[in-house]
Design a binder for this molecule. Structure first.
Ligand code: EPZ
Length: 449
């Protein structure tokens, strides 16, 4: 039994608002970097522990602000946790069934408590997650699926209040393959009475990882990774016998591979899984990179000159929207003109305006971007707007001639574990400094990197 410690999860990144990254770019990066556990698998898996009373142990959980937020939320629900590897989490007792606005506004994925709390506890209140920088981000499909299983919802003062008795199996047809929508419904269905089928389910590897975790708790699930997931409900679940290892982060992996592509470098990512990012590897190959893989490693050598390409983001196994910003930087430094269509979110080109400041030539119109490649970009002060756009700015800084400053780096802390240390490990001249540092202090910080 996990001792009942005082909540440890005070935001560890509260100072990030006053920090920035300084990058002295234009140097090829070489070396090996280890992928962390996947943020977008860890978050639903943490919430899924609510389905099985007892002590859970999880390994390969990335040290991220979003993981801190999730554990803090679970603590407020009555489930304390203990740092370490494995992380230990005691979900024996649910004392509270709400994800309040102050948590949800920092992390939309808090909405993933809906399915587990309804299935385990019969009631859940979640502050309606507002939109975010990249789009409106509605949750209508989440609610439609949970209603099909027997929940009822009403909206009170911006809070979704769900109630249910014993959930019952149902056939659910999703309008689009929503990732967290599929996850919320899957987590509720595993304790429903009877069989459920989720049609047009999302197929992302993080959903497969969540499903595998649920099966270690005793869930009965078929069709993980396909568009039709079949769930045979069981009366109860219990923590698995062994610590569960979260799958590798394919987006972090792809981000590091782009760093090699952009700097003419040579980077190998270990503890990853090439089968999770085939579309990304194919695009990097098309752009002129040399890609070699083993079952747990991927190595990319960047070419002398990158080649332009056409890119469309699609649900898995198509090209992931979370890698679109990073590939826009590759396009910006390629020979010729590339086109990018963002088909998942309605406003996911915020990084383009910042890349223009660094000399990129990009025109956007609606969900289409035309990128006129060129030989170089120059360092500049830029501002991060969302998690993956921030990663793109870091990549641009690594490739650009001169020094780049990136402000509002708290976005990065949500999704990239030890980013500065990992990049320094492959030769990047990068430093995290206080926003108040003057230029000479900054330069010495960056140069001593
Ligand atoms: C997940 O978000 C990821 N987040 C996102 O990663 C990722 O970009 C996205 O999937 C797409 O792959 C987590 O897993 C925590 P969706 P999610 O529901 O589930 C519309 C990152 O950087 N939609 O698959 O919120 C929606 O507006 C983040 O790590 C509805 O209309 O995405 C969007 O246009 C960013 N109604 C599309 O579906 C709904 O009820 C796909 O959204 C749900 C979604």
């Amino acid at each position: 039994m996990v001792p009942r410690p005082r909540l440890r999860y005070e935001p560890r990144h509260s100072g990030a608002n006053m920090e920035k990254l300084i990058i002295d770019g234009g140097h090829p990066l070489h070396g090996t970097v280890r992928a962390s556990g996947a943020k977008n698998a860890a978050l639903p898996i943490l919430m899924a522990t609510l389905l099985a009373p007892g002590e859970h142990r999880l390994t390969n959980v990335p040290k991220l602000a979003d993981v801190d937020s999730s554990l803090s939320l679970l603590g407020r629900i009555g489930c304390p946790s203990l740092e370490g590897d494995p992380i230990r989490l005691d979900t024996s007792r649910i004392a509270y069934h709400e994800a309040p606005y102050d948590v949800v506004r920092k992390m939309r994925a808090s909405v993933l408590v809906l399915g587990p709390l309804l299935a385990r506890h019969g009631e859940a209140k979640v502050s309606l997650p507002g939109g975010c920088a990249i789009g409106v981000r509605p949750i209508d499909q989440h609610l439609k699926g949970l209603e099909a299983l027997g929940a009822t919802f009403n909206l009170e003062n911006g809070t979704i209040h769900g109630r249910c008795g014993q959930l019952r199996g149902a056939e659910i047809q999703l309008d689009m393959p929503t990732v967290t929508g599929t996850e919320n419904i899957l987590m509720a269905a595993v304790l429903a009475d009877g069989t459920s089928v989720i049609h047009n389910a999302a197929r992302e590897p993080e959903i497969v990882d969540l499903g595998r975790f649920l099966i270690t708790l005793g869930a009965k699930i078929e069709g993980l990774g396909s568009s039709d997931i079949v769930v045979h409900g069981v009366p109860s679940l219990a923590p698995g016998a062994r610590p569960y290892a979260v799958c590798p982060d394919r987006i972090e992996t792809g981000t590091f591979l782009c760093a090699a592509a952009l700097t003419g470098g040579d980077i190998e990512v270990t503890h990853t899984d090439p089968s999770m990012l085939q579309a990304v590897l194919a695009k990097l190959t098309e752009a002129g990179c040399t890609v070699t893989t083993t079952p747990t490693t991927i190595r990319v050598k960047g070419p002398e000159r990158l080649k332009s390409f056409r890119l469309r983001t699609e649900p898995f196994p198509g090209f992931p929207t979370d890698m679109q910003a990073q590939l826009m930087v590759v396009a910006a430094l390629a020979d010729g003109t590339s086109t990018i269509h963002e088909n998942i979110f309605e406003n996911r080109f915020l990084h383009a305006a910042e890349l223009l400041r660094m000399g990129a030539r990009i025109e956007t119109s609606g969900n289409a971007a035309t990128v006129h490649g060129q030989t170089r970009m120059t360092g500049s002060p830029v501002m991060a707007s969302d998690l993956r756009a921030s990663a793109a700015l870091v990549l641009a800084g690594l490739a650009a001639q001169g020094v780049t400053e990136i402000h509002r780096i708290y976005h990065l802390d949500r999704g990239y574990e030890d980013l500065v240390a990992k990049l320094r490990g492959v030769g990047a001249r990068i430093a995290r400094v206080s926003d108040g540092m003057n230029d000479s202090e900054q330069m010495s910080a960056a140069m001593s990197a």
